[in-house]
Every structure is written in C-alpha cells, then in structure tokens.
Design a protein around this ligand. Structure first.
Ligand code: PEP
Length: 251
C-alpha cells in the first residue's frame, strides 16, 4: 500500500510573516499526522523560517528548485548542499513554470534529478502536456519523453526516491483541473512507462501526484483514483484551511 503524499508548492508567494504563519497553521493540525505524508515547499528565502517551524514535526520541508551542483559560481542559484543544510527532504524538479517560463530543458532537468538523488534528496519530478499536445493527441508521447529523459541513467533503486507529479500545463493555475478520467489515464500511463523501464516493483511503489488546480472541492475525487497517490498543490496551498481540507480528503 502506497502512503499518500500531499505537497504544497507556494511558488513565488508569501512574505516571511505569512510563510511562518501558514507553516504554523499546517503544523498545528498535521504536526503528528502519520497516515499521510505532507510537505511544504516555500520560496527559497523562507526555507529557513519554515524549516524552523517544521522541525521535529511530521511535516517535511521541500524546495521548489535546485541547481545540479553543490556550490560554485552560479549567481542566483541554490546548491544541493544548501538544501541539505536547510534540512530539505524533497525538491521539485521539472515544474512546467520552469520548463516553459524559464526555459529549462529535459537534459538540464535530468542533471538536477541525478544530482539531487545522489545527495539523498527525494525528487518530485513534474511532467505534463500542453493544451496543444493534448488536442493533437500527443499526451502520451509528451509524458513518455519527459519522464524517460528525467529518469535517464537512474537505477531501479534510485527510482524509489522519485515521486512523479502529473501536471498538465493547461491545468496549472487556470482553475481548470484534469477530469478524473484524464488524470487516471495519464497516471496509469506513467506507471506503465516506469514498469517497462525499471520493472514491476518500482512501478508498484511509485508515488504519482495530481497537480493543476487541485482544490478543496475536487481533491477528494482526484486523490483517490487508482493510480493517484496524492497531490502537488499550488494556489490552494496558500490558504491553510484549503490545504488542510485537501490533506483531510486524501485520508
Ligand atoms: C503547481 O504549482 O504545481 C500547481 C499545480 O499549481 P496550481 O495548483 O495553482 O494549479
């Protein structure tokens, strides 16, 4: 039985005060929750503040991005060792906002996956098709090429430390979520692709998250699809009540 995981991606929102309060509200309700795994991914400047609030609780800290080196002359970037230093457990890689707005390509994303796993982080690898790809019936091809590239060079053992987030680009921040049928179909394809490359056991253990306009109203259905194991929650994770309600509906 796979343990569900709900991840809050705060994107480039909050202030120091709001980040502290939001994390404290989540901890108050979920600080000792063990039935479901919960992680918060604040903006980089607030990783330390949120990490202090989460310290010693069941809620894990995650980062929204990483550079695939420990340190170096990479102005504005955050190194892998820095995330470990801040006690991050998870890192999001390949988010569509980084692919499409910041121009990250599959090769660079794969470097991040490999480097983060080598350092002991758990990777949340995002994949998802654009609206045009879906209209042209290229969803499966898109998921396959993004997934295979992101996981390139990994062993089956390493894949156990990867969580895949299915996030159709057209659903992110739009208020239009994938239907349960679309989400389940894509999740099943992702699991099948992992089975083909890394074997039955890796596929069975793989956590797949649904992302893209998941909220307190649609979460209960989306989180309980046969191949879905939780959610990567953007805007709805910025309000404690909504986020907590999503976590509760995953139980
Ligand atoms: C995300 O940031 O990964 C996301 C899914 O955003 P939203 O929930 O706002 O669509």
């Amino acid at each position: 039985m796979r343990q569900r995981l709900i991840v809050g991606n705060w994107k480039m929102f909050t202030t120091a005060a709001k980040a502290r309060r939001l994390a404290a509200d989540v901890v108050e309700e979920l600080g000792s929750e063990t039935r479901v795994r919960v992680a918060l991914c604040p903006p980089v400047p607030y990783l330390g503040i949120v990490g202090e609030v989460l310290s010693g609780t069941a809620v894990a800290l995650g980062a929204q991005n990483v550079y695939p080196e420990n340190e170096g002359a990479f102005t504005g970037e955050i190194g892998i060792n820095m995330l470990l230093d801040l006690r991050c457990r998870y890192v999001i890689v390949g988010h569509s906002e980084r692919r499409h707005t910041l121009g990250e390509d599959d090769r660079f994303i794969n470097r991040k996956v490999v480097a983060a796993l080598a350092a002991g982080l758990e990777v949340i690898a995002c994949v998802g098709e654009t609206l045009e790809q879906r209209r042209k019936r290229q969803t499966r091809a898109c998921l396959e090429s993004q997934l295979i590239s992101a996981l390139s060079g990994l062993t089956a053992e390493q894949v156990r430390h990867v969580v895949v987030a299915y996030e159709p680009v057209w659903a992110i921040g739009t208020g239009v979520n994938a239907t349960p049928e679309q989400a389940q179909e894509s999740a099943a394809e992702i699991r099948e692709l992992v089975k083909e490359r890394f074997g039955e056991e890796s596929a069975r253990a793989l956590l797949i998250l649904d992302g893209g306009s998941v909220n307190a109203t649609n979460a209960a259905t989306l989180m309980h699809l046969p191949d879905m194991d939780g959610g990567l929650i953007g805007h709805a994770s910025l309000e404690a009540d909504q986020f907590l309600s999503i976590v509760r509906s995953s139980l």
